[in-house]
Write a protein that binds this ligand. Structure first.
Ligand SMILES: [Zn+2]
Length: 138
């Protein structure tokens, strides 16, 4: 995910060019090293970078399009959730040291003991055969 320039400037995607400009000037005052010795240099750099993109209608449009695209891809990657369950709901295979759960597509979700996260966390598992995922409480 690229830097969220709107967040950096403190405005939103719906902001007009004028509002973006005002937001930028507010941030400048906040972060400028001359005004604030404790300012975070990286943050100041981000503000400048955000402004370089959002100040021009064309580059802003391109940036918006890129963000939308990435968002779509991210949602797709996560996939729709088929089930939320705990490890106890899954079948355990003693021999292979893993758990499995049957998906509605006929294929299976696998949880390998080696890849188990720490206790009390959630694990997202992709189906082997389709785009569905399950969320497993470990
Ligand atoms: Zn499936």
């Amino acid at each position: 995910m690229p830097l969220n320039y709107y967040e950096v400037l403190g405005c939103s995607e719906e902001s007009t060019q004028e509002e973006v400009k005002r937001a930028y000037h507010r941030r400048l005052l906040q972060f400028h090293p001359d005004k604030n010795s404790a300012a975070d240099v990286q943050e100041f750099h981000d503000v400048r970078e955000a402004w370089q993109i959002l100040r021009h209608r064309e580059s802003r449009r391109k940036y918006d399009a890129t963000c939308k695209q990435e968002q779509l891809e991210e949602e797709e990657e996560d996939g729709p959730v088929y089930a939320r369950l705990s490890l106890d709901d899954m079948e355990e295979s003693v021999f292979e040291d893993m758990w499995f759960y049957r998906c509605r597509c006929g294929d299976k979700y696998f949880v390998d003991r080696d890849t188990l996260p720490e206790k009390d966390s959630l694990l997202q598992v992709k189906c082997n055969g389709c785009t569905l995922i399950i969320i497993v409480e470990v």
